[in-house]
Design a protein around this ligand. Sequence first.
Ligand code: FES
Ligand SMILES: [Fe+2]
Length: 417
Amino acid sequence: MQQTNKLNGQLNNYLGEYTDNHSLPSPFYTNPDVFSMEMATVFQQRWFYAACVADIPEAGSYYSFNLYNNSVFIIKDDDGKIRAFHNTCCHRGSKLCDEGTGDLAKIVCPYHQWTYELDGRLLYAPKMGADFDPSKYRLTEIALENVGGLIFICFSDNPPDSIQEVKKIISPYLDVYKIENTKVAAQSDLVEHTNWKLVMENNRECDHCNSNHPELMVPLYDAGFGAGLDDVNSNVCDSNDEFVQLYQTKRKEWEELNLKYEPIDFPNDLWLRVARLPLAHNAVSHTTDGKLGCQKLLAPFKKPETSSLSLWTHPNSWHHFMCDHIVTFKVMPLANNQTLVRTKWLVDKDAEEGKDYDLKHLMNCWIQTNDQDRRLVERNYQGICSNAYKPGPYSPGEMFVDNFVSWYVRQIKDLNT
Ligand code: FES
Ligand SMILES: [Fe+2]
């Protein structure tokens, strides 16, 4: 926390320069000390999205990743219980698992072969002598919650209770998709030369979509995607509008299919938004031709269906569920000016590449869209680095950008006092 303390005087000045409904003052994007403070607060004391159950399909499957100076691995034990551990050995601290995914019968440290059970208990430590008691050692566990197949973790010993409410709200929307019956068909990693909050801000609005995302606009309306559905639900929109008409028709279909659709927009300071939205032009999936990306449909569907369910969470994720595949996005801050965006495409676990899906067709819509977004957020960062940058006002369509930024400011204030 030394960095945080070093920043404290300045942080109050930076926060004093923040105006509601405006982008943040530049040090929040450009100052490395602010970044260190965030890693010790928002990404230490708050829940964030880490993985999904498809990353760890079997007993002994693990998924390991780095966040700043912490390496984490998430692993499933023989009873199917999922745990997260700090990836550091109890002997002399060596990293245990390599980054990525793999399968283990036991967790064996590559340095001196201390050997752990999948639940983190130390079983065996060679050359430690007859008096050594392995039961006194155990890997350091990290708080973890499985929310409808999406795995959130929190590094704090006292993680916020909000996860229980988030779980109660999200699970009924997600459970029907049975993510445990999917597999990771593909993954893409993009390292973007920008601050992580600009990636999140860009994701929280679709005012930029029509002019920047030709592929994404094949299956999507920009209405409802970036801004809320309040106007549609309260019927204040023009009822001749194609999207509004379709939304009203689709609600009846969703009821018949028992698909939850009530929109939820970051209620009571909670860090989630859910929306089920009709797809445009009779598209049945997020593909560049609007056709199925995978011929094997996901659990709740007997035939192709023209909607997608989207979930957005602060501080670092968003997810889209179609009738044939799921796309999950995780934002991992690397430095004040560098951010990893990891995208995964999930399909039914029995689907066969080449027969049920073609990877290029499955991925292309979001490969193109992610790269277009990368260019936008990199330009945004370059402009913010200018001496002339001043925080500017948000449009009504940027209401969820404001929601993210004001949520962030509240966490920073709470966690630095
Ligand atoms: S550091 Fe792991 S066994 Fe020595
Ligand atoms: Fe975008």
